[in-house]
Design a protein around this ligand. Structure first.
Ligand SMILES: Nc1ncnc2c1ncn2[C@@H]1O[C@H](COP(=O)(O)OP(=O)(O)OP(=O)(O)O)[C@@H](O)[C@H]1O
Length: 286
């Protein structure tokens, strides 16, 4: 079975507020999916639904399990990091490692130690003696040492410095990821994860507005640095956005033919951040 996650008709209401609307997603082995959206778009709510941490309407299966009804079985093969890392303050690092070894059948203490060795964390430290970023690092070490089939990461690098963020993503790819696993990740720093994503799902006001492979997105969207005298002509092709800075105009196009754009300026591949900004201006790009 290559399908690891299936979400069909996911909806979530908080009172009268409809915060997730008809989300459908299928995630297979090998996929690293970025769930990307502005503040309040519904990313955390989607991930909490996947993990059975909140009630939801619709049908979700993770490794064939219902996230609420089969939560205990599901969590043997699903690891996650929520956007708030909480570890008891009185715990020492050694105690945290021992505790995880005792409760989790798929926890590899050696892997956790390898990650911790790259940090300033001493195994005799108490959680209360660690900085905020160090608590996050400890949390990541504990979670990435679980040999899980599905990894769900909600803003995993929040509060970490840039060196540690890079180190985390390298560790994620080199020591955790294999092509029989999948990872779902949310972050506001999309430029830092775009090189690792196989797929992207943009979410806006609770709705998925674009869900495609990273390759397909790169082919479909084009950034054009417009020749100055052709700006008006280019505008008529309805760019998703147009930016003018120091006399240079760049426009983002969705699905325009290369030959058409070539005649108007220089084409380049937009960053995921550019595409995100462009897509958020539209109702849907599905
Ligand atoms: N417990 C709750 N009670 C009521 N409304 C909530 C609750 N949790 C979230 N919401 C609302 O649901 C919507 C989606 O929130 P969610 O946390 O999923 O967004 P997000 O995309 O993760 O945002 P951010 O990027 O800011 O973390 C928001 O409008 C939020 O106010």
């Amino acid at each position: 079975m290559s399908e690891l996650i299936s979400v069909v008709g996911l909806n979530k209401h908080y009172g009268k507020k409809h915060v997730v609307s008809d989300v459908n997603l299928t995630i297979h082995k090998g996929q690293i999916v970025g769930l990307v959206g502005p503040n309040g778009a519904g990313k955390t709510t989607c991930l909490q639904s996947l993990l059975g941490l909140t009630d939801f309407e619709g049908d979700i299966k993770i490794l064939g399990y219902h996230p609420k009804k089969d939560r205990e079985k599901m969590l043997r093969d699903v690891a996650y990091i929520s956007d708030v890392a909480i570890l008891p303050k009185w715990l020492t690092v050694t105690q945290a490692l021992t505790y995880m070894s005792e409760i989790h059948p798929n926890f590899d203490i050696k892997k956790a130690c390898v990650f911790l060795d790259k940090t300033n964390i001493d195994i005799n430290d108490k959680v209360k003696a660690l900085s905020k970023g160090m608590v996050t690092q400890l949390h990541l070490a504990l979670v990435l040492a679980i040999d899980a089939k599905v990894l769900i990461l909600d803003e995993p690098t929040l509060g970490l410095d840039i060196l540690t963020r890079r180190q985390f993503y390298t560790h994620l790819l080199e020591d955790f990821y294999t092509d029989d696993k999948c990872i779902v990740i949310t972050t506001h720093q999309i430029e830092e994860i775009e090189h690792i994503l196989t797929d992207v799902a943009f979410i806006k006001e609770g709705k998925i507005v674009l869900a495609k492979s990273a390759e397909n997105i790169r082919e479909r969207f084009k950034l054009l640095t417009v020749t100055p005298e052709k700006v008006d002509q280019a505008k008529q092709l309805h760019p998703l956005f147009s930016n003018s800075l120091m006399g240079l105009t760049t426009m983002l196009f969705d699905g325009q033919k290369t030959e058409v754009l070539q005649a108007l300026g220089k084409i380049s591949v937009p960053s995921l951040a550019d595409i995100f900004v462009g897509v958020m201006t539209k109702e849907s790009c599905l």
